[in-house]
Design a protein around this ligand. Sequence first.
Ligand code: UT7
Length: 330
Amino acid sequence: MGINILSTGCYTPKLKITNDDLATIIDTNDEWISSRTGISSRRFSDGEPTWYMGTMAAKQAIEKAGIDPLDIGLILDSTVSGDFFTPSTGCIIQREIGAKNAAAFDISAACSGFVYSLDIAHRYFLTDPDLKYILVVANENLSYITDFTDRASCILFADGAAAVVLERSDDMFSSWIGSDGCGMKYLYAKIGQVPNPFEKDGDYPPDDTEPDAPVGVLVQNGKEVYKFAVKAMPTAVNKVLDKLHLTIDDIDIMIPHQANIRIIETAAKNLKLPMEKIFTTIDHTGNTSSASIPIALHEAVTAGAVKKGMTVCVVGFGAGLTMGAAIFKY
Ligand code: UT7
């Protein structure tokens, strides 16, 4: 049993921020950002809450699918930058779209969130024969939690949302998700002045190797995340290929997490997958965490780069650390 992506939807905030704009608030320049990351511009929310962006993407996907929101049995919302501690963004979106018969909850797997959602959705379809449609939304307001005094990280992050409507299919599907909590220290955002569980596993209070780390914003060791990413992506892709006894040549198009063009190029080289088979949006979207893969999928479908019958691979990595991949027929 597989999953069919009935439709995609997307919400991109109107506020466009170029590299030159960032250079007016931090010591950076367009040449450095473009050559090190592949990013030329990104979008920031101009006050739109996370739930609003997710709702707009969800409404577009539902309208394109032509389904009744009452037939949605499950809403999976992926975010690390919601507007409320509780309720979940998924519940807010359920209210906004009138999906009264759906259960809704959020998934916190950072940039791997969309892949985690596909994995969960597939398992729900397998175990609940009454489930007709699942709505997967990924919405991020990373500008809420970006440290705009840290030039090595703030040039990466951006805002946006995308959604897909899923139904069961008879086509192939495979997914794999993984985590490495030992790598949490390389990318995190603290809620308050809490100690980091970094050094003494199992002891309390734990050693806090970075007691002065800023609170409420993303703290990143870019080099370590980079090293993790270029290994994690091939690992995840090979896991899902192996499950289906496929080879890399069977993939028609890959849609990776849009974090850094150099990470994508290195992972592609390691996988021996030509860049022509990889769809990227990073130049104009930046890194929108879990929204980056479905935004790119939406753009790929809209541009005709993903067509019915194609074998699509999505792959992500992110804070946690987390990683995952999925293969499906579009
Ligand atoms: O969704 C997952 C999210 N995270 C990632 O994917 C992050 C993965 N890592 C990366 O993408 C890269 O590590 C970065 C783009 C974050 C940084 O690139 P890098 O090549 O690893 O640069 P670096 O941190 O080693 O810095 C090199 C130099 C330093 O100067 P010195 O010490 O060599 O004089 C930095 O101070 O570049 C400097 N630098 C900058 N210069 C201009 C750092 N940020 C900037 C900047 N503009 N924005």
